[in-house]
Design a protein around this ligand. Structure first.
Ligand code: FE2
Length: 368
């Protein structure tokens, strides 16, 4: 734990100097808003007041360093609270929201993030490593999953909840003589994210191989964040176009008419990529202003070319009992042409990322 070397009360803000030299500035209103006092917080951690209950101008009437905590008396309401130094150190500066993120290319094939199903079900440290890989890489392989149909639901329930769609709780991927979706043919599928025509888009996809007697049909995954970082480095103007303009996606079948508008690359408020949405089969007719259209097509094509670079592709043959999970807002998946007449049968389902991250945080809290 880093100590607080000194602090200076400036009335409406406090300057903190830590023993490692770091300087932080925290504001009186921010401190008052985050008061841990029982008058301000329920024991469950939830806040007991509204922002409008605070004075328009909050000030620091008195600040004392007492036994490893700052004791603060606020003005004008006289509220008092103790702020632990560890809490202040952790929150006084913005944290890197994506510190865990690891970008990858084809080299990941040499160190596949594979986890045994039996082990992750019985060993919470192993489950924690599995879910951390999924958070950090956006892709993991689970091996040894029983090939009983529907078992993928149990895999999803190891960390969260299945997201049911018009395709059901889970869906079959096998050759179909009258497919409503090209997934159910023997054709190769270029890399894509699933269901871009939904709002919100499914955060995770699970694909479980039950039967694989055919030739080919190798699975391919590509890190969309890595591709987006290459686009930014090599063609920044194109990156800017794809992050600024949204395009329509759609899917139609007898009883379904799904539509969503989204950017191919979405950024968060700090400029980090938080979603790649890319699907050649269900992207719809662009409705961009005329002055943007030609440049947008150039950017779209360049991004697609980067996504197809062999050095970004991780190719693997999923055998019976293999189940892979992708972060559907990051990692694109596809398959090579399915050859021969042997049977190939996979089952897929969707799940949301918030439950995954919650389960992971709880495990980390328990294990650390
Ligand atoms: Fe897909």
């Amino acid at each position: 734990m880093v100590d607080l070397a000194q602090f200076h009360n400036n009335g409406d803000h406090l300057d903190l100097q830590w023993s490692d030299g770091r300087l932080d500035r925290v504001f009186a209103v921010w401190l008052r808003d985050n008061s841990p006092s029982p008058q301000a917080r329920h024991p469950n951690g939830q806040k007991l007041f509204d922002i409008t209950d605070l004075a328009p101008r909050v000030a620091l009437a008195d600040v004392q360093n007492v036994n490893g905590a700052l004791h603060i008396r606020f003005a004008p309401d006289g509220h008092e609270a103790n702020f632990g130094l560890e809490w202040l150190r952790e929150r006084a500066a913005p944290v890197d929201l994506h510190a865990h993120r690891r970008l990858w290319g084809a080299e990941l094939a040499r160190a596949m993030p594979a986890h045994g199903y039996e082990t992750v079900c019985t060993d919470s440290a192993a489950k924690c490593r599995w879910l951390a890989d999924l958070r950090d890489l956006g892709f993991t392989l689970v091996t040894g999953v029983p090939t009983e149909p529907g078992t993928l639901i149990e895999v999803a329930e190891q960390f969260g909840f299945v997201r049911e769609t018009n395709y059901g709780r889970f869906f079959e991927v096998r050759s179909d003589p009258k497919p409503i979706n090209l997934a159910n043919t023997g054709l190769g599928l270029s890399c894509h994210t699933d269901n871009p025509y939904r709002d919100p888009v499914p955060g995770l996809q699970l694909l479980h191989c039950l039967v694989s007697e055919n030739d080919g049909g190798n699975s391919v995954v590509v890190d969309g964040y890595k591709a987006a970082s290459l686009l930014l480095d090599q063609y920044p103007a194109d990156f800017a176009l794809l992050t600024r303009h949204a395009v329509p996606f759609q899917f139609n079948s007898a009883g379904t008419a799904l539509e969503a508008r989204a950017r191919l690359i979405t950024l968060d408020d700090r400029g980090a990529v938080t979603e790649v949405r890319f699907n050649n089969r269900s992207i719809s007719t662009f409705d961009l202003p005329a002055e943007v259209m030609p440049d947008f097509y150039r950017a779209y094509r360049r991004f697609a070319e980067i996504l197809q670079r062999p050095e970004l592709e991780v190719t693997f043959k999923a055998g019976p009992g293999d189940l892979f999970i992708v972060d559907n807002q990051r990692v694109l998946h596809g398959r090579k042409t399915v050859g021969g007449s042997g049977r190939r049968h996979l089952q897929g389902c969707y799940a949301d990322k918030d439950s995954l991250l919650s389960t992971l945080r709880v495990l980390e809290r328990e294990l650390i």
